[in-house]
Design a protein around this ligand. Sequence first.
Ligand code: NDP
Ligand code: 2IT
Length: 453
Amino acid sequence: MSEIVDNIFKVVTQKNSGEVEFHQAVHEVLHSLEPIIDAYPEFRYHKILERMIEPERLISFRVPWVNDAEELQINRGFRVEMSSALGPYKGGLRFHVSVNQSIMKFLAFEQVFKNSLTGLSLGGGKGGSDFNPKGKSDLEVMRFCQSFMTELYRHIGEKTDVPAGDIGVGGREIGFMFGQYKRITNQFTGVLTGKGIEWGGSYIRPEATGYGLIYFSGNMLETRNETFEGKTCLVSGSGNVSLFTTEKLIELGAKVITLSDSNGFILDEEGIDRKKLDYVMKLKNIQRGRIAEYIEEYPKAKYFPVEHNRDSNPLWNVKADCAFPCATQNEINEIDAKNLIDNGVILVAEGANMPTNEEGVELFLDKGILYGPAKATNAGGVAVSGLEMSQNSSRLLWDRKKVDSELKNIMKRIHTLCLDNSDRYSTKGNYVDGANIAGFIRVAEAMIDQGYV
Ligand code: NDP
Ligand code: 2IT
């Protein structure tokens, strides 16, 4: 890294000691930005990088709630308001036991660039809690969400900060949090996105991240005169992003053969068809079951439990043309990346945030794999959240076709931006540098316009 960038990274590690995920996200972006920092001295003069690595505001709070056994539980809540250069802070809420300040900051940092790429008026933020929704009753989840919002409400607002879902936060949790916000403030506003369609939501928001991922990946394949027809695909996770990724892949004639959760993965060599996907959607969204149950319904498929602290994930050692990590951060390491490459993968596109570690990314880039980084490829979710905000402001509901066509256009535009910027400042077809640079320039210019804030 150049000296300037190197010094900034040193400060990041010193001031945010132990926050390894945050370091990782910043390191990757700084690496891409080197040519830009050289080409635009004004970015140095205005200390853009130094400002961007410091959240505008970081809120941490106590969330007390009572479980069904009438025991008091204490969780930690967060909201990281990273940047408001382009619009109100915007980004999801994650409820997962692993949530800590480092994970919140990495996600908020990534969100700033992602939201910039959408071309919409969206700042960047992220929040959540170390609350573990697994095995909790609906009433426990409701009590937790109400307590969480009883503190969060004072920091957010339709023109200030607009949270949405992420891991562990779907339609049910958004509903409970929206209800509590409304009750406390006496206002029915677009303060959250991912709302139910009858009370301020948008068509295609649940589908948007997965569909957007496949629209973007389709654009990537087009650069090599390829389509999804007949391609064998690996998808990890079995949540919101994974299932709508699978849905769009099936629609485009691809064959999806895996899905997973944190306990293991299923391999269905015959392919997960529409009927099987409907079964999984019901299993996950209504019964809140585990992916292992798939083989009880479809005994020809196999289930592989995956141990934690393993060297590699056997899911990524299944032979396929395309791979879509859609579960969580760092789920593909260098061994997994090597296995995918050795098995002839041609495209890897990220539904999850930062699912590939830096060594894995380097391998994909070195080997000329079509590699789509999260902040570009999964931007469809937040983009349709932005469209939900537009619909809320105008008190209109757009039809499915209109939202879907806007989503397609946004993903295509991001694809073009990535390629144009990688051509100009990096190596042709390097979507990582393209996304980081394009996302950064828009935020940096807005920051210069708005003075030292
Ligand atoms: P969901 O909660 O709906 O699903 C998450 C899935 O990933 C589950 O199958 C879960 O399994 C699995 N998973 C979560 N944590 C781990 C872990 N530590 N190890 C292995 N598997 C894990 O979340 P989403 O689908 O919404 O989110 C998935 C990814 O996509 C996240 O990285 C998120 O940040 C990203 N994303 C989400 C967007 C959205 O609109 N929802 C938008 C853009 C990105 P289990 O049930 O066992 O925990
Ligand atoms: O990571 C993400 O982009 C999300 N979880 C969606 C954020 C949003 O505001 O819709």
